[in-house]
Design a protein around this ligand. Structure first.
Ligand code: UDP
Ligand code: MG
Length: 333
């Protein structure tokens, strides 16, 4: 933000456009939600930089830090900061529950019409907020950051690339960077998300399958200067399972038998045809003796029955949780 030219564009074009995003049903215009686990080295600077930029956007904002059970003095620092900054609020967990838990509680407590999430470690640049809001104002419900030039170790960036490719293919939502912590949400979109486990990686997918409009913009990314990363590459396989969960829960939630039934039907048909073949040659007078194909036919029929009963069982679960459906309404008059 050193060139005067850039500053001028910010003042004249980006800020006015960004302010147009700040309407809605929240008690304040804008919340910035920050999950923080042992980030004592970065938080003070982050909060001060946020103050600068938020004040230029609106007079009605808040910063909400969720301290995820830190033991490095993060909570004490937050208490001190909150005593001098009226708009700063924080929640401190009794123990470390994980980033998903921190975001989930944060979304519940944040009061903004627009909610920005960002990491506490200064890797996300607060100066990008106006551009994200400007994009939101174009009619999107979720604007996700894309760390186009990522400042992380090689192993992390490369596994992340595979993860993003797979997620994009399987979900039909074409983003480059699903797991960026830096995002802007319209209030309804943020509050529609049911986050548990480690599902924070899939928030854009969840919003997308619920019918919210999701897009991304490139954001600057900085190397970590204080503290250490909390995520390693061992999460990769878990990530794949989580994606399956999301896609299954979102698409098949209301009619599991439609899914399990189809699989069962496919197995059943093949099994039936194989058995029919043996029946026909038996009627034709050929003596029967056990053959590998016969075993396969029987196995397929058993597998088919398994799938049908699984589907019926799942239907039972769905029907007993009736009334908790999560339909997202866009306009109500
Ligand atoms: N974080 C958290 N709880 C955890 C792990 C991480 O609240 O159990 C926060 C962390 O303080 C940071 C953000 O989540 O603000 C992203 O974590 P990190 O920077 O370690 O991830 P990376 O950028 O290396 O992927
Ligand atoms: Mg980080």
């Amino acid at each position: 933000m050193s060139e005067p030219n850039e500053l001028e564009i910010l003042e004249k074009e980006i800020l006015p456009q960004a302010r147009r995003a700040l309407t809605g049903s929240g008690e304040v215009d804008l919340s910035v939600l920050i999950p923080a686990y042992n980030e004592v080295g970065s938080l003070a600077e982050l909060v001060h930089r946020l103050q600068d930029i938020l004040q230029r956007l609106t007079s009605s904002w808040e910063i909400l830090v969720v301290d995820d059970g830190s033991d490095d003095g993060t909570a004490e620092l937050l208490a001190e900061l909150a005593s001098s900054i009226e708009q700063l609020h924080y929640v401190s967990f009794r123990r470390n529950y994980g980033k998903s838990a921190a975001l989930s509680v944060g979304f519940e407590k944040a009061r903004g019409s627009v909610i920005i999430t960002m990491d506490a470690d200064l890797q996300d640049d607060p100066d990008e907020i106006p551009r994200m809001l400007a994009r939101l104002a174009e009619g999107w419900d979720l604007v996700s950051g894309w760390k186009q030039q990522r400042k992380d170790p090689f192993i992390k960036t490369s596994t992340s690339k595979i993860f993003n490719f797979v997620t994009s293919r399987m979900s039909g939502l074409h983003l480059h960077d699903f797991n960026c912590g830096f995002k802007a949400y319209r209030r309804e979109a943020a509050r529609s998300l049911r986050i548990y486990g480690e599902l924070h990686r899939y928030l854009p997918v969840m919003a997308h399958v619920q019918g919210y409009r999701v897009t991304e913009i490139p954001v600057r990314h900085h190397p970590r200067r204080h503290g250490v990363t909390k995520f390693g590459r061992e999460r990769f396989l878990n990530g794949v399972f989580d994606l399956l969960t999301i896609l299954f829960l979102s698409r098949r939630r209301h009619s599991p038998l439609h899914f399990f039934g189809r699989v069962g039907f496919a197995f059943g048909t093949v099994g039936f045809l194989i058995s029919l073949y043996f029946l026909v040659i038996w009627i034709g007078g050929a003596g029967l003796h056990m053959r590998p194909l016969m075993l396969l036919g029987i196995a397929f029929i058993l597998v088919a029955m398994q799938f049908f009963s699984l589907g019926l069982l799942a239907e039972l679960l769905v029907s007993s949780s009736h009334g908790n459906e999560n339909y997202q309404i866009r306009i109500e008059d």
